[in-house]
Write a protein that binds this ligand. Structure first.
Ligand SMILES: Nc1ncnc2c1ncn2[C@@H]1O[C@H](COP(=O)(O)OP(=O)(O)O)[C@@H](O)[C@H]1O
Ligand SMILES: [Mg+2]
Length: 159
């Protein structure tokens, strides 16, 4: 499978905006984004910043308890999903997650997203590492032709 990756680094929360803006371009619908990183790594915080880069103004809560939050926009639907509580594939199927290429394109932003690797051949796999209290590194790997094409088109440089 074709792959490529880009690394982002931010020293503190004040720099997250820049990263989130780059991600908001890279992850425009249709896209599947699978996020990994230990509790407190910053998955939810990153998603919040990406959503606000897309102009989603409402308060964005973590979907840890209800698993899926939907944000309907004029030209895309954004799903923020948290699979921390998923125990098996059956529970996963019950969520009935959409394909990203519907009439209205979808973006799936999925915390603990490894569960979905086999369902979405085209995807971005992201690993967030907590380096210190405020410092984070994220490796974003584009898997599949379309994500790779976006990665190569985008003028995002490693921060
Ligand atoms: N540079 C940073 N980037 C992201 N989060 C940070 C950063 N510095 C501190 N934090 C804090 O770390 C916590 C990350 O929590 P959260 O986003 O809920 O993580 P996760 O969803 O991965 O469990 C938040 O309290 C956030 O304010
Ligand atoms: Mg979270």
């Amino acid at each position: 499978m074709a792959m490529g990756s880009i690394t982002f680094h931010w020293h503190d929360l004040s720099q997250l905006n820049t990263v989130a803006n780059a991600c908001a371009t890279l992850w425009k619908a249709p896209a599947v984004v699978l996020l990994e990183g230990e509790l407190g790594a910053g998955k939810t915080t990153l998603v919040q910043n990406v959503l606000s880069a897309w102009g989603i103004a409402e308060r964005i809560k973590s979907p840890t308890f209800d698993l899926v939050h939907w944000y309907q926009m004029d030209d895309m639907v954004v799903l923020h999903v948290d699979l921390y509580r998923i125990a098996d594939q059956g529970e996963l199927l019950a969520l009935d997650l959409p394909s990203p290429n519907e009439d209205i394109p979808y973006v799936l932003l999925v915390e603990w997203g490894h569960w979905l690797r086999q369902w979405y051949p085209d995807r971005f796999e992201c690993q967030i590492l907590r380096e210190s209290d405020g410092e984070r590194t994220m490796v974003v790997t584009a898997v599949g032709d379309e994500p790779l094409r976006r990665l190569s088109q985008q003028e995002v440089s490693d921060t």
